[in-house]
Design a binder for this molecule. Structure first.
Ligand code: SF4
Length: 446
């Protein structure tokens, strides 16, 4: 098989592996335009200093010994199969790099023969890249669950970032849909990577030329919407992964049906992109806003509201805690105010040393007053005078729940909202009623 053919197959097979939040996008190229979301092969990542770099994103092979029901590459699926040799993959990466197409490599793989055999092949390819070609670019490699600890260690010494996919939010779902995998086999390498990274930091403190182990840390990917877990369960798991395994990121991947199976959503069900978006918003609240999963969702409210971002929703449910006085509140309290982010909170703390802040100063600092005005008071502004919660809810409806950013709500049907109705989050709505009903629905949850 020609290398070009292998590349087309293996880059296409890698497209469901998310390294960024762009899963589900299907915009093709067009005459007279530039850009193409469908062209396989390249994806992007962000460096520590904020630069966006292009990566060659491929599977080492899509020949898989496992049969995970949700996966297009599963053993029982009839599709073209291919595998690189280590030399082919290393050469290809370097050729792409020399032509300035990419700056790094994102390498994942199906399970060829066994986890250990696959890892050995990946390690051989990365060793060629690092040692023979002296490639110093970014490499993100997926560790294969079930492979030996020694192979995970060797992979970590070659790659900048490692990831092990958690795949599904619960052990029960994993047993049902991916019987060849086990939660223990996934968590063990995650634990090993976290422990090795800690040990490596100590070694580097003693000896700065010590070999570096996965210096960009580890991440994971979770499929959302293939199984019945609530957002609350997913968020609790996410928080546990951050705390226990020091993950840099948990990526959520809206499930795209690829197979007819009674245990999975029907074919052509649209991927739950709005839910994925809400999970990313809540993920930011965990990582940058000092929220805990228990605060964001609870037993009474186990799923995100489709119409409102989780921070605004939390603020409305805890309306008695507001308004917050921006000239006195601590950083954590400021971060709870919708419209104030980590950067504007820090700027407020610095700016108020020079005098009390009013609305014009807050606007200059970057506070989004459109949202924050209902939840704060400051010099010359005592907060919205006892606003009715329903009025505030109406003002804070998330336009993304109603526009094409996630899924177009037509005047005659509301597919995304109907999908969420299945989770008991929202009523079935139609036409121009949508916004009015959304407000009532939110008010009922308060
Ligand atoms: S191990 Fe499972 S998820 Fe991974 S490629 Fe094979 S079938 Fe797909």
């Amino acid at each position: 098989m020609e290398l070009e053919e292998k590349l087309a197959i293996l880059a296409d097979s890698a497209k469901y592996d998310v390294a960024c939040t762009s899963s589900g996008s299907d915009r093709g190229g067009q005459a007279g335009s530039i850009g193409n979301c469908q062209a396989p092969g390249c994806c992007h990542t962000f460096t520590a200093d904020g630069r966006c770099v292009s990566l060659l994103k491929v599977l080492y092979t899509n020949i898989c010994a496992y049969d995970c029901r949700y996966c297009v590459n599963r053993r029982s699926n009839d599709l073209p199969r291919a595998a690189f040799t280590p030399r082919e993959l290393a050469d290809l990466t370097i050729q792409f790099y020399r032509r300035n197409y990419i700056e790094g490599l994102f390498l994942s793989s199906a399970v060829l023969v066994s986890p250990d055999y696959t890892m050995e092949q990946m390690i051989s390819a990365l060793t060629l890249l690092r040692e023979e070609y002296r490639f110093r670019g970014y490499i993100h490699a997926k560790a294969i669950p079930g492979s030996s600890p020694e192979l995970v260690r060797r992979l970590g010494l070659l790659a900048d970032r490692l990831s092990v996919n958690i795949e599904l939010p619960s052990e029960a779902s994993l047993g049902l849909l991916a019987p060849d995998k086990s939660r223990a086999a996934i968590l063990r390498p995650m634990g090993q990577i976290a422990a090795s990274a800690t040990q490596n930091r100590q070694e580097l403190a003693l000896y700065r030329h010590a070999p570096r182990f996965a210096p960009a840390g580890q991440s994971t990917q979770m499929i959302v919407g293939a199984t019945p877990e609530s957002d609350r369960q997913i968020l609790h798991l996410t928080q546990g992964l951050y705390r226990k395994y020091s993950l840099k990121r948990v990526f959520f991947s809206a499930y795209i049906p690829v197979v007819e199976d009674s245990r999975l959503p029907a074919l052509y069900t649209p991927p739950p992109l709005l839910r994925e978006h809400r999970l990313y918003q809540a993920d930011w609240m965990l990582r940058y806003y000092h929220f805990s999963a228990e605060e964001i969702l609870d037993e009474d409210c186990p799923n995100f509201d489709p119409y409102m971002d989780p921070k605004c929703h939390w603020a409305l449910r805890h309306f008695d805690r507001f308004p917050v006085d921006v000239n006195r509140a601590g950083e954590e309290e400021l971060l709870r105010v919708p419209g104030i982010g980590p950067r504007s909170a820090r700027r407020i703390l610095i700016a108020r040393k020079n005098g009390a802040l009013g609305l014009p100063e807050l606007k200059r600092i970057g506070v989004v007053l459109k949202r924050a005005q209902y939840f704060l008071c400051c010099r010359g502004y005592s907060g919205s005078r006892s606003p009715r919660r329903e009025l505030v809810a109406r003002a804070l409806l998330d336009p993304e729940a109603f526009n094409e950013g996630c899924e177009q709500l037509s005047l005659f049907s509301a597919p995304q909202v109907q999908q969420l109705a299945g989770q008991g989050v929202a009523p079935r709505l139609a036409g121009l009623q949508v916004k009015e009903e959304a407000v009532k629905c939110i008010a009922r949850q308060m």
